[in-house]
Design a protein around this ligand. Structure first.
Ligand SMILES: Nc1ncnc2c1ncn2[C@@H]1O[C@H](COP(=O)(O)OP(=O)(O)OP(=O)(O)O)[C@@H](O)[C@H]1O
Ligand SMILES: [Mg+2]
Length: 323
């Protein structure tokens, strides 16, 4: 696989003295042609700062970026043609229509009329904005503005697309349209870097995910590998209420010691919830529930789910992604 972006020991400090923020603390990674690379982290983790340094909009304090072998801070306009930057805050001309905003960019990039027409129509249709083609953009809804923001960066048909938080504020249906749109980009030969604080988004879209927190990359791997790294199997969360004298804290020891064994990977409790991680858990459920009731608890609720990237984040930091 061809390396398309190389990032080495990139660092950025904002402010001085008491106001100093170590926004990015020396991150390194490579991005390969045709992949979707996700940056997953909470607010203030350093995602936008990293993206801005990668594309040459912000000068790093130290470290190095190479895009197709070129330093974006020294390459002048050369890289602009191949980069498509989708900023976190929608940016366009509010008094122009959807179509006019796209045509405006087509003209700036000197795209021949026939090609521009076809591309603009295809982008509008793929992002589901046909009905709003002739609407003045200041009258669009927040979600429609966000979708327009996304396609504006693609008018010049860039090879590498950097997308800073594609879906905040989108309803579930629009979110799926945007996910499909992004997922299809590699099929058109494009490489995508996206930032998000939605674990589901990072999981569904990315070939590889870097989890970033406090300016540092904590882990970088495929979503599958990240999820299995904290233990195999599904999670069962059982909410119980106390009937007898037995403390809920005794449940893990009891369930793990049952004979014949249930082969549970992990059992823990927190307040009134007993969480069990186990492989092939469904056939074990009857015995698990009977055993819990035997100990004098009644089961109020039960859910089974796979491991998520949120679990990975909690495992690494002790905090949830969104507090
Ligand atoms: N121009 C700036 N001047 C001072 N501090 C800044 C500046 N830009 C970013 N920061 C700080 O750097 C840290 C990282 O910010 P950044 O915008 O990169 O986070 P983020 O991961 O993109 O967060 P979000 O999910 O909220 O977009 C934050 O503490 C932020 O306040
Ligand atoms: Mg940001």
């Amino acid at each position: 696989m061809k390396k398309i972006i190389e990032v080495k020991a990139l660092k950025k400090v904002f402010g001085k003295g008491e106001r100093q923020v170590n926004a990015v603390k020396g991150i390194s990674f490579d991005i390969y042609e045709g992949e979707i690379f996700g940056f997953l982290g909470p607010n203030g983790a350093g995602k936008t700062t990293s993206l801005r340094m990668i594309v040459g909009l912000l000068r790093p304090d130290s470290g190095e970026v190479k895009i197709l072998g070129e330093n974006p801070h020294k390459s002048g306009n050369k890289l602009k043609e191949i980069l498509g930057i989708i900023p976190q805050n929608p940016t366009f001309y509010e008094d122009l229509t959807v179509e006019e905003n796209l045509w405006f960019l087509a003209k700036i990039y000197n795209i021949p009329k026939m090609i521009a027409k076809e591309r603009i129509n295809s982008l509008i249709s793929r992002i589901g904005l046909e009905e709003k083609k002739k609407a003045i953009t200041k009258d669009l809804s927040g979600g429609q503005k966000r979708r327009l923001n996304l396609i504006l960066a693609l008018v010049h048909d860039p090879k590498i697309i950097l997308c800073d938080e594609p879906t905040p504020g989108l309803d579930p249906q629009s979110r799926i349209v945007v996910w499909e749109f992004i997922r299809n980009l590699p099929k058109q030969g494009k490489t995508v870097i996206l930032t998000t604080h939605y674990m589901e988004e990072a999981d569904r879209l990315s070939n590889r995910v870097a989890i970033i927190d406090n300016g540092e990359i904590l882990v970088l791997d495929t979503p599958e590998n990240l999820k299995t790294s904290i233990g195999e199997g599904d999670l069962v969360e059982i909410e119980v209420s106390h009937l007898g004298d037995t403390e809920i804290e005794s449940l893990p020891g009891y369930l793990l010691a049952l004979d014949p064994p249930l082969h549970l990977e992990e059992v823990s409790t927190s307040q009134s919830v007993c969480t069990i991680r186990a492989l092939d858990v469904v056939p074990k459920l009857t015995r698990i529930l009977a055993s819990i009731e035997n100990q004098g608890f009644s089961v109020n609720n039960l859910s089974i789910r796979g491991t998520t990237l949120e679990d990975v984040f909690i495992n690494l930091t002790g905090r949830r992604l969104r507090s």
